[in-house]
Design a protein around this ligand. Structure first.
Ligand SMILES: [Ca+2]
Length: 469
């Protein structure tokens, strides 16, 4: 069993008390032990910075093979950190992944199987009873901040500031106009904690500015900074473009009244804006890393970069899942295998890793690093042994579900259930899921099918679904 540094020290201290009672010789041993322990004093608990892109596909970064976009900052993180080739979002769309990320469990356990839509789910959100990773880290004494996209409930009663985040600025819908901060249904959607507030600026820049301020304010204590970016999700707007949405419902800030809006960008202009969004996202990552460097925090900060689901796969636009089949919303690999990079100088050895990791592994990992105890039994596992010692994670069945569509994975084998169709792929030899082996691997198919239904029933039985697909 791995013992946390805190547990190790506590054990030594307990042993020390016992020894002192047993005489001078033992006291000498305590002093010697303390000296040895002092020499091996564990590093303080790391800060955690989690940067998540929105709809960024598997092959849209230079370090994942993109020839189209220049992403030098994220590529540098990958080069001096651990680049995962088999990292997955838990959902194939936004809200489900975020629910799993926040709770360390399959999102269906929190009732978030699909998107919390701006139209039909304005009074729906993740239950406050869920124990979130932010609450976990808050209990452990971390300062917690989220700047960017929440997407786990519109009403302020579901605000991230009620789910363990000390600070929040950003939006709660699936996407906002990056300039006027209006959601796709025409509601103004920019919040500071639990209040709507107009703040001018290109959303990705504003989010980074707030993240940097947060780092400066909390540099002397452990902190958890979550930066869920809106890029490169639609609407496609580069930093030099202008607003194209108007308020149609609810509160309209004075600053937006009478403002002119541009038409939505299409064709080559949308592709140009998409490229700018990906490359600007890279620049924002660079700004955060540079700030950590400047504050002398880089060696004690775990920086993670990932995406929340696969790309929409549009060659004209530039959304690209590379060799993977399918796209956002689907349970083929293109829907959920995404970039995943872990960076911690001196602690995580640089390299590439082929082990399978999901977003819900973040919470148990952070719990282990912070010495904190989750309240619920988590589905994810701690990545600490993998990240720090490059150990093999325990083998485990994994599942992606959206409605009745189910993907079930055991090692390199993946079974898909879509209606009455059952497919079976060997990802090791067929990453593109082009050769269905369901009719030739009958025993394997049947065994995995039964295991998948059993696991699905166990997970889905947990809570009625609240969301749409
Ligand atoms: Ca998304």
């Amino acid at each position: 069993m791995l013992m946390s540094p805190h547990a190790r020290l506590a054990t030594v201290r307990r042993d020390g008390l016992a020894s002192r009672r047993s005489g001078w010789l033992a006291l000498l041993a305590v002093v010697l032990t303390a000296t040895v322990i002092g020499a091996a004093e564990p590093a303080p608990r790391p800060n955690i910075v989690l940067i998540m892109a929105d709809d960024l596909g598997y092959a849209e970064l230079g370090c994942y093979g993109s020839q189209r976009f220049k992403t030098p900052n994220i590529d540098a993180l990958a080069k001096s950190g651990l680049r995962l080739t088999d990292y997955h979002s838990n959902g194939a769309v936004c809200s489900p992944t975020r629910a799993a990320l926040m709770t360390g469990r399959y999102q269906q356990r929190a009732g978030i199987d699909g998107v919390v839509t701006a139209k039909a789910h304005r009074d729906t959100g993740m239950s406050l009873e869920e124990d979130t990773v932010a609450e976990l880290l808050q209990r452990a004494g971390y300062a917690t901040g989220i700047f960017g996209k929440w997407h786990l409930g519109y009403d302020s009663k579901f605000s991230p500031t009620r789910q363990g985040f000390d600070e929040f600025e950003g939006f709660v819908s699936g996407n906002v106009d990056l300039f006027s901060h209006i959601d796709q249904e025409g509601w103004f959607d920019w919040w500071v904690a639990q209040r709507l507030k107009y703040i001018a600026g290109y959303a990705p820049h504003r989010i980074t500015d707030q993240g940097i301020e947060f780092i400066r304010r909390h540099k002397d204590q452990p902190f958890f900074l979550y930066l869920p970016h809106p890029a490169p999700h639609s609407p496609y707007q580069g930093p030099g473009d202008t607003a194209n949405r108007k308020v149609r419902h609810g509160f309209e800030p004075e600053e937006l009244r009478g403002a002119t809006v541009s038409p939505r960008l299409v064709g080559d202009e949308a592709a140009r804006a998409y490229r700018e969004m990906v490359e600007d996202l890279d620049a924002q990552v660079g700004r955060v890393v540079a700030e950590l460097e400047q504050q002398g925090l880089r060696d004690n900060t775990l920086v993670i970069f990932c995406s929340d689901n696969g790309g929409i796969s549009n060659q004209t636009l530039g959304s690209d899942n590379g060799p993977l089949r399918g796209r956002k919303g689907q349970i083929y690999e293109g829907g959920h295998r995404v970039p995943g990079i872990f960076h911690w100088p001196g602690k995580i050895q640089p390299g590439t890793c082929e082990q399978t990791v999901l977003a819900f592994d973040m919470m148990p990992t952070f719990a282990a690093l912070a010495g904190a105890e989750p309240k619920a039994k988590l589905d994810g596992v701690s990545l600490q042994p993998l990240l720090l010692e490059r150990q093999q994670l325990p083998s485990r069945p994994l599942m992606w579900m959206t409605g009745e569509r189910t993907a079930y994975r055991e090692g390199d084998w993946k079974l898909l259930i879509q209606g009455r169709t059952v497919e079976l792929y060997d990802l090791k030899n067929d990453l593109g899921e082009s050769k269905d082996l369901a009719s030739t691997q009958l025993d394997r198919k049947q065994r995995m099918y039964e295991a998948a239904l059993k696991l699905r029933a166990e997970i889905r039985g947990a809570k009625p679904m609240k969301t749409g697909s």
